[in-house]
Design a protein around this ligand. Structure first.
Ligand code: AGP
Length: 616
C-alpha cells in the first residue's frame, strides 16, 4: 500500500520523482524519500511525514542526477520514521531499493543475513532486499551487463510475499532494475527516458504508452532501452499499451479536492460505463458473449469485494436475483476466504475492485478458481492484478479515482452490475421484455438525474454545517435504501471520523433504538414506494425520542408524506428501485465531504487509510 516512482533519462530526476510521489500519496503518506545516482554515488533523502516535506529539503533541490527511485509509505513493518522510510540501502551503500508490498519471510532472511554479518538499521521487512542483492552481487563472479539483474533475480527467488521493487546501484550507474509480484508496477515509455510507477496516473503527464508488468517479469532499463526478462532470465519482447485517459483526468482540474471532483464526475463516469454496452435497447457484453446454455448452468452467484465495492455488490444483489432468478450471495472478501463456501463449477463468482489490487479480493478470486467456479472481475484499472487472475474482466470506465474515499467508482460499479443483470436476464429470457426495457431507459437517464442532485450541493453544505460537530450519526433504510445507508455511513466515518452506524430500519427496535436519545442525529433514506409507510413509522419512532432527523427522499414520494416533521429534507429525482442508490448516494457523499471540510480535515487522505489495500 505504498507508492513507488522511478525515472531514468536525461532530465533531472528529483522534480519528476517528487511530482510522481505527490500523485501517489493516496497509496500511503506517512513517510517519503528518494535515492538518486549523483556523480556515481547514491544519495538518499527521506523523512517522516508527507511528500511535501521533501520539497523543503535543500539538498534535493541541488541534485542533478538523472536516474532515481522514490517512495511514499503506508507503514506495515515499523512505525513511520526516518529510519523506516524508503529507499533502503545495503550495508555497503552500493544498492538502493524502494519496495511496495510485504515480505512475509523477512525475519528468516534477516537472520540469514545477520549470520553473514549484515547489520540492520530499520524495523522494515524491506531492508533485507538491498542486503540480499549485495550478497548475491558479490558472490557472482561474472562481470557482465547482467550482473545486477542476476542479483535481483536471486533475491526475488528468496522473497515470499508481494513486492514491486526498483533497484539502482552505484556499480551500474546507468541502469535500473524493476520487478513485481502481486504488487502493481507500470513502466511509461518516453524518448530516451522511462518512467516507472505504481500506477498510471502518477506518470500520465509524460507519456501515454505503458508496459503493464506481469508477475515476475524482470526489467533492465538504461536510458535508451527497456529490456524484459522472464523468470528464467530469458529476454522477450513486450508490447506497450496506449492509455486513452488524459492527464487532466488525473488532476484536480480546479476542484478543491479530488473527492469533490470525483463526485462531480459521476454523470460522465456512469455514461462512459454504459458506453457501448447498450445497443438497440439491449445490453451486450462482447467480453462475455455467454450462451443461454452456459448461463443456465449457473446455479448461484457470489459477489465478493471489500468496503465500498462490496456495498456496490449488496446494492446489485436484488436486481440480479429478481431479473435473473439466480440465488446471489454478497460476501466480504476477507471473510469469504475463511468460511467454507459451497462453491463449485456451477457457481459464478463476481469480484469487484476499483483498484484491482486489493489483496483480500484477489486471494478470494484465486480460491474460487481452485474450487472451479467461473470468475468475473469488475475493476476500473486496466491491466490491474485482478484482471490477470479472472476468467473474464469487465471495466468500469470511471477514469482514475484518486481520493481514498470511493465515489464515482461505486456508482459506476452499480451501473455495470445492473447492465450485467439485464444482459443475463436477456440471455436467460428470465424477465419480461417490458421490465428490462424500462430499466435500460432508466439507466440511460441516470447521468442527467445525478446532475440534478449535484445542482443542490449548497443545500447539502448547509446541513453539513449543522452536523459536523456530532459524535454519532445513524443511517437507516429499508430494502435497497439500507444498501445505500451502509455506503453512506462508511463514507462519513472514513473522511469525517464521526462514529456512524447503518441499520435496516426495521431492526432498530430490536436493539439499536436504545442508542436514540434527544439530540442524536439520524439520517433516513426512502426511495422505495412500496416501503414508504413502514419506513416513515421507523423514522417517527426516532422523532418521538426527540432525535433530529434528515430525510433523503425521492420526489415521487414527497406528496404522500408530511415532510415538516423532519429536521432536514433532501429531495432527489425518482427512478427505478434497482438503480436508485446511484442517485441517492450522491447527496450523502456530498454530506460526508462537506462535514469533513467543516472539520478542517484532509478529505482526500483520511488518517490510517490508503487507496489501494494490498495487504491482507
Ligand atoms: C472506499 O471509500 C474505501 N476507501 C474502501 O472501502 C475501498 O472501497 C476498499 O478498500 C476496496 O477497494 P477496491 O475497490 O480498490 O478493491
Amino acid at each position: 500500500m505504498c507508492g513507488i516512482v522511478g525515472y531514468i533519462g536525461n532530465k533531472k530526476a528529483a522534480p519528476i520523482l517528487l511530482a510522481g510521489l505527490s500523485k501517489l500519496e493516496y497509496r500511503g503518506y506517512d513517510s517519503a524519500g528518494l535515492a538518486i545516482i549523483e556523480n556515481e554515488k547514491i544519495v538518499v533523502e527521506k523523512d517522516k511525514g508527507r511528500v511535501k516535506n521533501l520539497y523543503n529539503i535543500k539538498a534535493i533541490e541541488e541534485l542533478n542526477g538523472t536516474i532515481g527511485i522514490a517512495h511514499t509509505r503506508w507503514a506495515t513493518h515499523g512505525v513511520p520514521s526516518k529510519e523506516n522510510a524508503h529507499p533502503h540501502i545495503d550495508n555497503s551503500g552500493n544498492f538502493a531499493v524502494v519496495h511496495n508490498g510485504i515480505i512475509e519471510n523477512y525475519s528468516e532472511l534477516r537472520t540469514f543475513l545477520e549470520a553473514n554479518d549484515y547489520k540492520f538499521i530499520s524495523a522494515t521487512d524491506t531492508e533485507v532486499i538491498p542486503n540480499l542483492i549485495h550478497y548475491f552481487y558479490t558472490k557472482d563472479i561474472k562481470e557482465d551487463e547482467y550482473r545486477l539483474l542476476r542479483a535481483v533475480k536471486s533475491t526475488a527467488d528468496k522473497l515470499i510475499g508481494s513486492f514491486a521493487i526498483e533497484v539502482i546501484s552505484k556499480n551500474e550507474p546507468n541502469n535500473m532494475i524493476v520487478v513485481r509480484k502481486d504488487s502493481p508496477l507500470v513502466i511509461g515509455k518516453g524518448y530516451g527516458e522511462s518512467y516507472i510507477a505504481s500506477d498510471i496516473p502518477a506518470i500520465l503527464s509524460y507519456t501515454k504508452d505503458f508496459y503493464l508488468l506481469e508477475n515476475l517479469e524482470f526489467v533492465l532499463l538504461d536510458r535508451d532501452k527497456i529490456r524484459f526478462f522472464d523468470n528464467d532470465l530469458k529476454e522477450f519482447e513486450k508490447k506497450p499499451t496506449t492509455i486513452t485517459w488524459n492527464a487532466m483526468a488525473a488532476d484536480k482540474n480546479g476542484y478543491e479536492d479530488y473527492m469533490l471532483k470525483e463526485i462531480y464526475e459521476q454523470p460522465r463516469a456512469i455514461r462512459e460505463t454504459i458506453g457501448t454496452r447498450i445497443e438497440d435497447n439491449a445490453c451486450k457484453f462482447d467480453e462475455l458473449n455467454f450462451s443461454k446454455e452456459y448461463l443456465s448452468n449457473i446455479k448461484q452467484i457470489y459477489i465478493v469485494a471489500c468496503g465500498t465495492a462490496m456495498h456496490a455488490g449488496i446494492t446489485a444483489k436484488n436486481a440480479i436475483e429478481n431479473l435473473c432468478k439466480i440465488h446471489t450471495e454478497v460476501e466480504v472478501a476477507s471473510e469469504f476466504r475463511y468460511t467454507n463456501q459451497l462453491i463449485d463449477e456451477n457457481t459464478l463468482c463476481i469480484f469487484i475492485s476499483q483498484s484491482g489490487e486489493t489483496a483480500d479480493t484477489i486471494a478470494a478470486l484465486k480460491l474460487s478458481k481452485m474450487k472451479k467456479a467461473k470468475t468475473i472481475a469488475i475493476t476500473n484499472v486496466i491491466g490491474s492484478s485482478i484482471t490477470r487472475e479472472a476468467d473474464y474482466s469487465l471495466y468500469t470506465h470511471a477514469g482514475p479515482e484518486i481520493a481514498v474515499a470511493s465515489t464515482k467508482a461505486y456508482t459506476s460499479q452499480i451501473t455495470l452490475l445492473i447492465l450485467l443483470a439485464i444482459y443475463f436476464a436477456e440471455v436467460l429470457n428470465s424477465e419480461s421484455e417490458d421490465i428490462l426495457q424500462k430499466l435500460i431507459k432508466e439507466l440511460c437517464s441516470l447521468p442527467n438525474k445525478v446532475e440534478k442532485v449535484l445542482e443542490e450541493a449548497d443545500k447539502v453544505k448547509e446541513i453539513a454545517k449543522k452536523l459536523y460537530k456530532e459524535k454519532d450519526i445513524f443511517y437507516i433504510g429499508r430494502g435497497i435504501d439500507y444498501a445505500t445507508a451502509q455506503e453512506a455511513s462508511l463514507k462519513l466515518k472514513e473522511i469525517s471520523y464521526i462514529h456512524s452506524e447503518s441499520y435496516a430500519a426495521g431492526e432498530l427496535k430490536h436493539g439499536p433504538i436504545a442508542l436514540i436519545e434527544k439530540g442524536i442525529n439520524e439520517i433516513g433514506i426512502i426511495t422505495d414506494e412500496s416501503l414508504v409507510k413502514k419506513s416513515i413509522s421507523n423514522m417517527e419512532e426516532i422523532i418521538t425520542r426527540e432525535a433530529l432527523t434528515t430525510l433523503v427522499v425521492s420526489d415521487d414520494i414527497v406528496p404522500n408524506i408530511d415532510t415538516n416533521q423532519f429536521t432536514n429534507v433532501i429531495i432527489v429525482p425518482s427512478t427505478e428501485v434497482f438503480v436508485s442508490p446511484i442517485i441517492t448516494i450522491v447527496p450523502l457523499q456530498l454530506l460526508a465531504y462537506y462535514i469533513s471540510k467543516e472539520k478542517g480535515l484532509d478529505v482526500d487522505k483520511p488518517r490510517n487509510l490508503a487507496k489501494s489495500v494490498t495487504v491482507e
